[in-house]
Ligand binder design. Structure first.
Ligand code: NAD
Length: 432
């Protein structure tokens, strides 16, 4: 096993997980972040966000000396052979990704290099970004140090990021030299997974194409859920029947209030823009977005339909993060759903097991509760927005006794409709 010195620039959900996992498989990793507070926390043994099992991994690898944290890119450049760029690529108002963070890191690496490096795009970036990264490094590389650029898109999912990274379905490596290929294969040698080596542009495109396809699957089943509601069929049975076909597969066929998070919404917007720039009107993906937006609207209409009017009604919201097992609130469906409820005059109480600290920075006009029972108390309806396991174990008799009206609108289909009706709830879910 070859240990490689790795610099991970950007220590967010992706950079920190990836950095800690590279240390876990035997490499020496320096994680860099420009956010001093984040690095201070990490050096004090705290993890700046919630991700299952990440804290243990960081603790072990800091203790064995394979994982370090700094605010200085120059330190990572000095000590590393492979430098991963894992900074954010947030959407601009136009939908195109803001690549200025990637550019800034490329400039700093170019200026600081004194020996051969591979600079790897880990962030999700548009096809042809590799060319700009290469050009930027060349411009700032006054000493003419040799280097390679590579693309290594990340497919981990928040909530299961550590196991996704250590046991991935595949690893994609885009390179343009044999030297970069050999070193990148050494980096991933301990990971048992198919490795696809491609050119840089194809690697960049694989990430956007994959996320676009997964979002399409979600919107597809959400559209089917509407047909199910209109016709009296069950979306779960339809999804099961479709998913048994190996060509379709069962995953990403769960109807709900729509996708969110830092990947699908922004990557889809970015991909539509990338296509536009390449003179292709990606109408399919525009419709995927429309269906996703409608799904949140339909959910609020369902609540309204049961309460007649929303003005002055109290609605309880269970779950705020964009999905379970994360505290990430970026582009969470709960944000739009709560805005629609409060704009219509409803008062909202909410609870989430891990995302309330982040939610409080974004949603300021609701009451935050300490547990689901406090949410239910005196509410006219309870809405399930994120499918945390904790909500599946609730004492529903107690919930019923606390609610003003026994109305539940389940945006994630976590309860069984027959059981809920037997318990005396007026229960609505998605596509059933
Ligand atoms: P994040 O916002 O959690 O982390 C980005 C980090 O980069 C921040 O801590 C920020 O302070 C830091 N940063 C910005 N500029 C910097 C600089 N000049 N020097 C050092 N650090 C700097 O973002 P994330 O969720 O980790 O996503 C990072 C990238 O990975 C994005 O392109 C995203 O699309 C992609 N991605 C994310 C996920 C996910 O599930 N979050 C999955 C796959 C890919």
């Amino acid at each position: 096993m070859i240990n490689i010195n790795i610099g991970m620039i950007g220590t967010g959900y992706v950079g920190l997980t990836t950095g800690a996992c590279f240390a876990e498989i035997g490499h020496n990793v320096i994680c860099v972040d420009s956010d001093e507070q984040k690095i201070k926390m990490l050096n004090a043994g705290q993890v700046p966000f919630y991700e299952p099992n990440l804290d243990k991994l960081i603790k072990t690898n800091v203790a064995n000396g394979r994982l370090q944290f700094t605010t200085k890119i120059s330190e990572a450049v000095k000590d590393s052979l492979v430098l991963f760029i894992a900074v954010g690529t947030p959407p601009k108002d136009t939908g195109e990704p803001d690549l200025s963070f990637v550019e800034n890191v490329a400039k700093e690496i170019g200026s600081a290099m004194i020996d051969y490096k591979i600079i790897v795009e880990k962030s999700t970036v548009p096809v042809k970004t590799g060319e700009w990264v290469k050009e930027t490094i060349t411009r700032y590389n006054k000493r003419n140090i040799p280097f390679d650029v590579a693309s290594n898109p990340e497919f981990l999912r928040e909530g299961s990021a550590v196991s996704d990274f250590l046991q991935p379905d595949r690893v994609v490596i885009g390179v343009e030299s044999d030297k970069a290929k050999e070193i990148m294969l050494d980096v991933y040698a301990p990971i048992k997974a198919p490795i696809l080596v491609t050119d840089i542009k194809s690697a960049e495109l694989i990430k956007h194409a994959s996320n676009a396809f997964l979002s399409t699957k979600i919107s597809f089943i959400n559209a089917i859920s509407v047909i199910c509601e209109m016709s009296g069929a069950s979306v779960e049975k339809v999804a099961e029947g479709m998913g048994l076909d190996k060509r379709i597969g069962p995953s990403f066929l769960k109807a709900g209030v729509g996708y969110g998070g830092f990947c699908f919404p922004k990557d889809l917007k970015a991909f539509i823009r990338i296509a536009e720039e390449l003179k292709y009107d990606y109408r399919l993906l525009k419709e995927v977005e429309n269906i996703n937006e409608e799904q949140k609207e339909r959910f609020v209409k369902k609540i309204e339909g049961l309460l007649w009017n929303l003005r002055e009604k109290q609605v309880g919201v269970l779950g705020l993060s964009f999905k379970p097992n994360t505290d990430d609130m970026r582009f969470a469906p709960s944000i739009d759903i709560i805005a629609k409820l409060t704009n219509a005059g409803a008062k909202v109480k909410a609870y989430d097991p891990h995302a309330m600290t982040n939610a409080k920075k974004i949603i300021t006009n609701i009451e935050y509760c300490n547990n689901p029972y406090d949410v239910a108390k005196d509410c006219d309806a309870l809405a399930v927005v994120t499918e945390w396991d904790e909500f599946k174990q609730l004492d529903m008799n107690k919930i019923k006794s606390l609610l003003k009206l026994p109305i539940i609108v389940d945006g994630r289909n976590i309860f069984d409709p027959n059981t809920m009706e037997k318990l005396g709830f007026i229960y609505r879910s998605i596509g059933r």
